[in-house]
Design a binder for this molecule. Structure first.
Ligand code: FAD
Length: 461
């Protein structure tokens, strides 16, 4: 095989974005993906007539991130249904109310805070990496309804188990983008082509520009000699569980890993990295910093909702478990996700990451959480299908608490190693989920090329 310019590890949002952009820029690039399915944590999974997702529920790009990546590589990311309402569970009153109720009478205070954010340059928000969102908000308003609005959205976007303890910088970056580009506080949409087609489109862009995508091809290790990347060694299924593989070598001048902090050191030898840098990765990879939740897919015959079928609802304290969470109807966003005449929902109840592996905690919590959902949405008592899932491994991401975002995350360029990059939303990056991963891919590609791409992209590092 001819030597590659760039080998990319992982065919999720970050890897496919990086590869599609590099192929478009004329680089010899190949992606190596362990799984036989595209999309990584965003992959769609068929299940008894339903279409579930490992992750990727709604996309949070107000237009200047993954949407522009698609345009740049000759594809279209169509924005499908947008969530229309945000009911909030009032546990004291035992009823739903719209988030809008709090500030609908007088919007002047909200407008004042929005203007303050719009007037703050992105660079200035960097100074807020180690301070909470609430502190920034209190500098600009004492109106609790306005503070609540942004904190509820932060809960829905970041799923931090302590909903009041969100980093100011990460949240304000996203809020600013959404207000400036979509003219609303929180913009979340369903990809019209579906989650599976979304990743196929990106894959096709790689191939159409001369790149390669190898599925079912795990990378065993990144080869580094004398501070320079030499390429990759590919793995395969081991015959002996303790077999030492002597796999195929792929030569490349540059390797972009998209593995999250919690498994990247399985393929990048920690010893090849400076000790302070691998320690930074290991510190972020701790269980307690993983966003974790009790996940539930449920189906009913009749639609169940509080205010509107396309609502994205949230709560700070569910009636019994007292945990925060979210709920929405996937069928209302995309009817192809469930068989005709059924409605598919997804719900999550956020738990501390360091309790997720404790089955004596998780199992009874699931029982109570299902009861909670039926209390908040009595129509769910008639659900005829369900699939529980524990979100921890893989996790949604590293928790976005103060001191765990922005400059406190490992840099995307490996220090003291020529040609090694980390394009992952768990490394230094901004945004939410799949869009954040795509922006991380874009950042790394621009660093590698040594120039900005002119694609109308919005803010990125
Ligand atoms: C339950 C859940 C819900 C979520 N909800 C949302 C949401 O609503 N909206 C949103 O935007 N985001 C959501 N996310 C987050 C989103 O899925 C991720 O941020 C995003 O998909 C990360 O993309 P990535 O490319 O950085 O990483 P990944 O998708 O993790 O990609 C890494 C890839 O590397 C591959 N790989 C691993 N080891 C190897 C190896 N040795 N060799 C080769 N390949 C390897 C993996 O198979 C994977 O495909 C959710 C995540 C979860 C888990």
């Amino acid at each position: 095989m001819t030597k590659l310019d760039v080998a990319v590890i992982g065919a999720g949002a970050a890897g496919l974005t990086a590869a599609a952009l590099l192929a478009k820029e004329g680089r010899r690039v190949a992606v190596y993906e362990a799984s036989s399915v595209l999309g990584g944590r965003g992959m769609a999974v068929p299940d008894q007539g339903f279409k579930l997702n490992v992750g990727g529920h709604l996309l949070e790009d107000s237009g200047s991130g993954i949407t522009k990546v698609f345009e740049y590589v000759g594809k279209e990311l169509q924005h499908g249904a947008v969530s229309s309402e945000m009911p909030v569970w009032d546990d004291a009153q035992r009823r739903w109310r719209s988030i809008r109720d709090g500030y609908s009478g007088d919007k002047r205070e909200l407008k004042k805070v929005i203007q303050a954010l719009i007037d703050t340059p992105y660079q200035e928000l960097e100074e807020w990496d180690d301070r909470p969102l609430r502190e920034w908000m209190r500098r600009h308003t004492r109106d609790q309804a306005v503070i609540d609005l942004w904190e509820y959205i932060a809960l829905l976007e970041c799923l931090t188990e302590e909903w009041w303890d969100h980093s100011a910088s990460d949240n304000l970056y996203v809020r600013k983008m959404h207000y400036e580009e979509a003219h609303m506080a929180g913009y979340s949409f369903w990809p019209k082509q579906g989650w599976d087609r979304l990743f196929e489109d990106l894959r096709d862009a790689v191939l159409e520009h001369g790149g390669q995508v190898h599925m079912g091809t795990p990378v065993e290790t990144v080869l580094i000699e004398d501070g320079e990347v030499k390429g990759l060694m590919l793995g395969r299924e081991k015959i002996l569980p303790n077999e030492v593989l002597e796999g195929e070598i792929v030569e490349a001048d540059c390797v972009i890993s998209t593995l999250p902090v919690w498994n990247v050191l399985r393929v990048v030898p920690a010893k090849a990295l400076p000790d302070w840098y691998s320690a930074q990765i290991q510190a972020l990879a701790q269980d307690r910093w993983r966003v974790s939740w009790l996940g539930l897919y449920l189906a009913t015959k009749e639609p169940v909702y509080a205010i509107d079928e396309r609502e994205l609802s949230t709560w700070l304290h569910a009636p019994q478990t007292r945990i925060s969470g979210f709920f929405f109807n996937m069928t209302a966003m995309d009817p192809s996700t469930s068989p005709e005449g059924t409605q598919l929902y997804v719900a999550g109840g956020v738990i501390p990451g360091d309790r997720a592996k404790d089955i004596t905690y998780v199992k009874p919590m699931f029982e109570k959480f299902e009861q909670d959902l039926k209390t908040m949405y009595p129509g769910l008592a008639h659900s005829h299908w369900r699939r529980r899932h524990l979100v921890h491994d893989p996790s949604f991401g590293v928790i976005q608490k103060p001191g765990l975002v922005g400059r406190f995350r490992p840099h995307w360029r490996a220090p003291n190693i020529d040609g090694l990059y980390f394009a992952s939303e768990t490394f230094r990056s901004r945004g939410i989920g799949v869009d954040r991963a795509a922006r991380a891919g874009l950042t790394v590609v621009e660093d590698y090329l040594g120039r900005r791409l002119q694609g109308g992209f919005g803010w990125r590092y």
